[in-house]
Design a protein around this ligand. Structure first.
Ligand code: PLP
Length: 373
C-alpha cells in the first residue's frame, strides 16, 4: 500500500511505509533463523509415527508443561476440541467463562463435535472462582446434564489478555476435581501469562488435566499447537486428531519452527508486553476512547479500547479500523464499539508510536479518502 504524507489541521501525517498489523499475534512471519531450522529439520511421516522432529517437539512441550505426553495439532481450536471430546460424552455439560474462546471463536465445536452443552460463568477479567464452580457443578440427577469439565483460559483473550493468578486457578481446579470434573486449560497464550506473572508453565499447568498451547501466537511459529496431558488420554487424543482430519505427514517442518520458537521466543514476550503498555500509554492521552485496562495495568500483549456510538455512527469501531487501514495500520473491531490491538514479534516500538499517532489523527478528524488526494 502506498502512503502519501498529508496534512490534518496543523499536523503532517507521518507516512507509514510498512503495514503495521496489530490485528493479532498470529500474523507473524518466520524469522530467518526459524526458516533455517525448518529447512534443516529431519522429517518422516507423522501419521505413520516416524517424524523425529514432531516427536521431539511433543516430548519437549510435554516436559515444559510437566505432563506425560503431548500431541501436535494444526491449530489451538483443534487442540481444545480434541480435549473436550476426550473429557466428555454427548449430553454432558462443560463449565467455562461466558467470554471464552471456545464459546466465541470455535464455531460451536463443543456442540457439533462432542455433543456438549455449555454452562457459562461471568466474572471480571475472564476469571471466576471456586465458589462459582461449586454452584454450577450439578449433582447427579436423572433430569440434569452431567457436569463433566471445567475450562479455564490463560491469558484470557476477550477479557484483554488478562492473567489468571495461580492460586485462584489451583482453587478452581481443586473444586472441579472435588466434584469429579476434569480441568482443561486453554493456554493458547500461557507463556505470555508466565512471563508476565513470573510463574512457571509447569507449576500453573500442574492443576490442569489437559493443557493446550499455541506456537502460532506470540511465540511466532507459522502453524501449530499442542495438547498435553496423561499418556492414556493423549493416545485417545491422537485417534480424535485423525478423526477430525488433523493427522499431518511431514509436519516436522512445522514442528521445527515451534521448537525454534520455544528456544528463542519465550523470554522476548516481555518486549511485546512493553510495547502493549507503550501503545496503551499513547492511547490514554487521546480523547474519545476509553481503555479497557488503564495503561499501567496492561496485562500482557493486548490493548482493548472502546469508542462511543453516536446517532450518526452506531459502529464506530469498524469505522475507525477502516480509517486506520487506509493509513496502513490494522486493528480488529471485536464489537460495534470495541477495538483490539495485539503486539507481537513483528512490531517495533517505533511502529507502535506510528499506530497510536494514526489512531489520534483518525479520531481527531475524518481521514481524507485516498481517491480525493
Ligand atoms: C488463538 C486462540 C486459540 C486457538 O486458535 P487457532 O486459531 O485455532 O489456533 C485458542 N484459545 C485462545 C484463547 C486463543 O486466543
Amino acid at each position: 500500500m502506498a502512503h502519501h504524507a498529508y496534512r490534518v489541521g496543523e499536523l503532517t501525517m507521518t507516512p507509514i511505509r510498512q503495514i503495521i498489523d496489530l490485528r493479532s499475534d498470529t500474523v507473524t512471519r518466520p524469522t530467518a533463523a526459524m526458516w533455517d531450522a525448518m529447512r534443516s529439520a529431519p522429517l518422516g511421516d507423522d501419521v505413520l509415527g516416524d517424524d523425529p522432529t514432531v516427536a521431539r517437539l511433543e516430548e519437549t512441550i510435554a516436559n515444559r508443561l510437566g505432563k506425560e505426553s503431548a500431541l501436535f495439532t494444526p491449530s489451538g481450536t483443534m487442540a481444545n476440541q480434541i480435549a473436550i471430546r476426550c473429557h466428555t460424552q454427548p449430553g454432558d455439560e462443560l463449565i467455562c467463562h461466558s467470554e471464552s474462546h471456545i464459546i466465541h471463536y470455535e464455531t460451536g465445536g463443543p456442540a457439533a463435535l462432542s455433543g456438549c452443552s455449555i454452562r457459562s460463568l461471568t466474572g471480571v477479567d475472564g476469571l471466576f472462582d471456586a465458589d462459582a464452580v461449586d454452584a454450577s457443578a450439578r449433582p447427579e440427577s436423572i433430569h440434569a446434564p452431567r457436569s463433566a469439565l471445567v475450562e479455564v483460559e490463560n491469558t484470557h483473550n476477550r477479557a484483554g489478555g488478562t492473567i489468571w493468578p495461580i492460586d485462584q486457578f489451583a482453587r478452581v481446579a481443586e473444586a472441579a476435581h472435588a466434584h469429579g470434573l476434569a480441568v482443561h486449560l486453554d493456554g493458547a497464550r500461557l507463556f505470555n501469562a508466565c512471563v508476565a506473572a513470573g510463574y512457571d508453565p509447569s507449576s500453573f499447568a500442574s492443576h490442569a488435566d489437559t493443557v493446550s498451547v499455541c506456537f502460532s501466537k506470540g511465540l511466532g511459529a507459522p502453524v501449530g499447537s499442542a495438547l498435553c496431558g496423561r499418556r492414556d488420554l493423549i493416545s485417545r487424543a491422537r485417534r480424535f486428531r485423525k478423526m477430525f482430519g488433523g493427522g499431518m505427514r511431514q509436519s516436522g517442518i512445522l514442528a521445527a519452527a515451534c521448537l525454534h520458537a520455544l528456544d528463542h521466543h519465550v523470554a522476548r514476550l516481555t518486549d511485546d508486553h512493553a510495547n502493549a503498555r507503550r501503545l496503551s500509554r499513547a492511547l490514554s492521552n487521546i480523547n474519545g476512547l476509553s481503555l479497557t485496562h488503564k495503561s499501567e495495568q496492561t496485562p500482557t500483549n493486548m490493548v482493548f479500547f472502546d469508542l462511543k456510538a453516536t446517532p450518526s455512527d452506531a459502529a464506530p469501531a469498524r469505522t475507525l479500523c477502516t480509517q486506520l487501514a487506509a493509513l496502513g495500520v490494522l486493528m480488529l473491531p471485536t464489537s460495534a464499539v470495541r477495538v483490539r490491538a495485539v503486539t507481537h514479534l513483528d512490531v517495533s516500538a517505533e511502529s507502535i508510536d506510528s499506530a497510536a499517532f494514526a489512531v489520534r489523527e483518525s479520531l481527531l478528524s475524518p481521514i481524507p479518502q485516498p481517491s480525493s488526494r
